[in-house]
Write a protein that binds this ligand. Structure first.
Ligand code: FAD
Ligand code: NAD
Length: 466
């Protein structure tokens, strides 16, 4: 049987399902193919959502355990891990079903199965029960996402040697957990399991965590995580991982050649992700890839084949859900003859630890490298009345503005609700605002956002509360 569509999206993640909905809104007869059995992609099923659920639940557990320090006595606090996992699974299930509803509402046809190219206009969908359906489409958008990378020769078993997928569903709290890689996943999942009682050791190849982040923020971040009990082993390389009865032994070597073994119950390998092009049969139609096996596209997300486009984690750029979503909308609008576009200068990045870390635009290091003359405004949450009132005053806001024009070039935050506060700076940057524009905008009192206003005032050395 052959089904015909004007547009077909391969992948039902935040890139794919958002693109399919936008195409349908623009009047295209659209289908979306997803192999996982549920919509929402990595993000909803095994990424953003389950990790944020566990981050929140483990933080609540940790907070409640420490309430007596603030004069609230509630007796013994116990962890019920299966119930906590159920609560996380419920959040995932509600949201993935929500996406299915949205596809229906927008009249997008949902095919459950793996899509592979038969020709540049035809895709074969093989369902989990091996039923085959052939789909023809004028336009095809690849949004097949990414998968975790392991270390050479080491396979994930998702029980002892785990990727983020296994780390999101451990059935007991490991006594000791080694995390290879101090990036987004390592630090979020490390925070979860540390709060729930694990002794966490992060083994990082570089001399700092979170590469690419503004160095001052990264240093402060590591200091705070250390205070929370997470152990860091920088400039350490993993040589081998050997499983044993109680878990595994992770053998490392540091920059001086000193070797050290870490015995642990669980090893999380979080050293990055790679594009997922498995099963698409891209060779058949000759789609060009770059040196990292990402699908090559032009600025309109078009591949070297005229009617085929690609978006999200499978192409270049930060592997973030909101980047994939915005590309999904932009490509749909381009296909409809509009001028869809994504401003890569204003894509925020947020790490949802406590405190949260958020950044947008250029870092201090990037500006120096490009010889841009800039001013810095900084304001500590220690001087923010709301943060002090609720005893949540770690971190600071840092705004970077052009020396001459005062235009905001970047902002980097570590502190309470940093992931929400960054949105204000995103809007400001989209409008080409100066730090003075932010400084002259009235911010409610007492709010954390006043720290953003004060940092903007500090760009011209006129912060009031420091
Ligand atoms: P995906 O979400 O990976 O979706 C691609 C989908 O395509 C998958 O469901 C896959 O099954 C399907 N697929 C692949 N090949 C085929 C095929 N041949 N046929 C049919 N279907 C196919 N990002 C954030 O912005 N914020 C966060 O807080 C955040 N947290 C994360 C936490 C973790 C643990 C992880 C792993 C990632 C996190 N991310 C986060 C990253 C985010 O999940 C990804 O950037 C985002 O999901 C990419 O969207 P996508 O649509 O490109 O791909
Ligand atoms: P990452 O790129 O964030 O961090 C990987 C870390 O591993 C880096 O610090 C790197 O220096 C280190 N590393 C690389 N090879 C190593 C080795 N052999 N030994 C020791 N350390 C090594 O990657 P990730 O944490 O796996 O996350 C993948 C991607 O998923 C992220 O880049 C991000 O795009 C996305 N993500 C986003 C969020 C969020 O937005 N809050 C959360 C989780 C994941």
């Amino acid at each position: 049987m052959i089904e015909k569509f004007q547009a077909v999206v391969i992948g039902g993640g935040p890139g794919g399902y958002v693109c399919a909905i936008r195409l349908a809104q623009l009047g295209f007869k659209t289908a979306c193919i997803e192999s996982r059995g549920s919509l929402g992609g990595t993000c909803l099923n095994i990424g953003c959502i389950p990790s944020k659920s566990l981050l929140n639940l483990s933080e609540e557990f940790h907070k409640v355990k420490n309430l007596s320090n603030k004069g609230i006595e509630i007796g013994e606090v116990k962890l019920n891990l299966p119930k906590m996992m159920k609560s996380k699974d419920k959040a995932v299930s509600i949201l993935t079903k929500g996406v299915e509803f949205l596809l229906k509402k927008n009249k997008v046809t949902y095919f459950q199965g793996t899509g592979s190219f038969k020709s540049k206009n035809e895709i074969m969908v093989k369902s989990n029960t091996n039923k085959e359906t052939s789909i023809q489409a004028d336009k095809i958008i690849i949004a097949s996402g990414s998968i975790p990378v392991s270390l050479p020769g080491i396979k994930f078993d998702e029980e002892v040697i785990v990727s983020s997928t296994g780390a999101l569903k451990l059935n007991q709290v490991p006594k000791k957990m080694v995390i290879v890689g101090g990036g987004y996943i390592g630090l979020e999942m490390g925070s979860v399991w540390s709060r729930l009682g694990a002794e966490v050791h992060v083994v990082e190849f570089l001399d700092h965590i979170t590469p690419g982040m503004d160095k001052e923020i990264s240093n402060e971040f590591m200091k705070i995580l250390k205070k929370q009990g997470i152990n860091f082993h920088l400039q350490h390389k993993v040589e081998k991982i050997k499983k044993n009865k109680s878990g595994a032994i992770v053998s490392t070597i540091d920059k001086n050649g000193d070797k050290k073994d870490f015995e642990c119950n669980v090893v999380l390998i979080s050293v990055g992700r790679k594009p997922n092009i498995i099963g698409l049969n891209l060779e058949k139609i000759g789609i060009n890839l770059d040196e990292k096996n990402r699908i090559k596209t032009d600025k309109n997300f078009r591949t070297n084949i005229n009617n085929i486009y690609a978006i999200g984690d499978v192409i270049a750029g930060p592997m973030l859900a909101h980047k994939a979503e915005d590309e999904g909308i932009a490509v749909a609008e381009n296909i409809a003859g509009q001028s869809g576009h994504v401003n890569y200068e204003t894509i925020p990045g947020v790490i949802y630890t406590t405190p949260e870390v958020a950044s947008i635009g250029k870092t201090e290091e990037q500006l120096k490298e490009k010889n841009v003359q800039f001013k810095i405004g900084k304001f500590s949450f220690m001087a923010n009345s709301r943060a002090k009132a609720i005893d949540d005053a770690e971190g600071f806001v840092k705004i970077l503005a052009d020396e001459k024009t005062d235009k905001v070039l970047g902002a980097h935050l570590i502190g309470p609700h940093a992931g929400e506060l960054i949105a204000e700076i995103g809007v400001a940057m989209e409008f080409g605002a100066s730090s003075e524009d932010i400084a002259r905008t009235c911010h409610a009192h007492p709010t954390f956002s006043e720290a953003v206003k004060e940092a903007a005032l500090a760009v011209d050395k006129r912060a009031i509360h420091s």
